[in-house]
Design a protein around this ligand. Structure first.
Ligand code: ZN
Length: 140
């Protein structure tokens, strides 16, 4: 799928907000249906997921305390008719060790977010047999 660049947003999420919820609501409010997201900052008590292929669901890893949001990478597409952010994070502890995975939940201490809107055909997530909601594959 080919897209052209739309609007750029650079913003800070207030302390105490739930990161994923805020990003989804921001996208909805600004009518960003397709895009990319990146961020840095710090999260409290984040929950990250590891997709267990055999179980067909995410194993949730609950971290306690405050972690550096070393890197956040994700995208926005449409799921069930609304903008849906799919986000992965690398989180650093006080020794600089990293945890990483699919972001399930995280309370913002600090979050500086860059969102790039993309314009083009609608990109939609559809439920798959493996338990994930994915885009149609692209053929060459
Ligand atoms: Zn994921």
């Amino acid at each position: 799928m080919r897209f052209s660049r739309g609007r750029n947003f650079l913003f800070r999420i207030p302390e105490g907000e739930e990161l994923l919820k805020f990003i989804n609501e921001f996208a909805k409010k600004n009518n960003v249906l397709i895009g990319t997201v990146s961020a840095i900052g710090s999260l409290k008590n984040p929950k990250i997921g590891y997709f267990d292929e055999d179980a067909g669901e995410y194993k949730v890893i609950e971290l306690t305390g405050t972690y550096e949001l070393v890197s956040l990478a994700g995208n926005i597409s449409v799921k069930d008719g609304e903008p849906f952010a799919h986000i992965h994070v690398a989180l650093g502890d006080s020794d600089g060790m990293l945890y990483g995975g699919h972001l399930v939940e995280g309370e913002v201490f600090v979050a500086e977010v860059f969102m790039q809107e993309l314009l083009g055909e609608l990109l939609e997530r559809k439920p798959q047999e493996n338990g994930l909601a994915l885009w149609d594959e692209t053929s060459l």
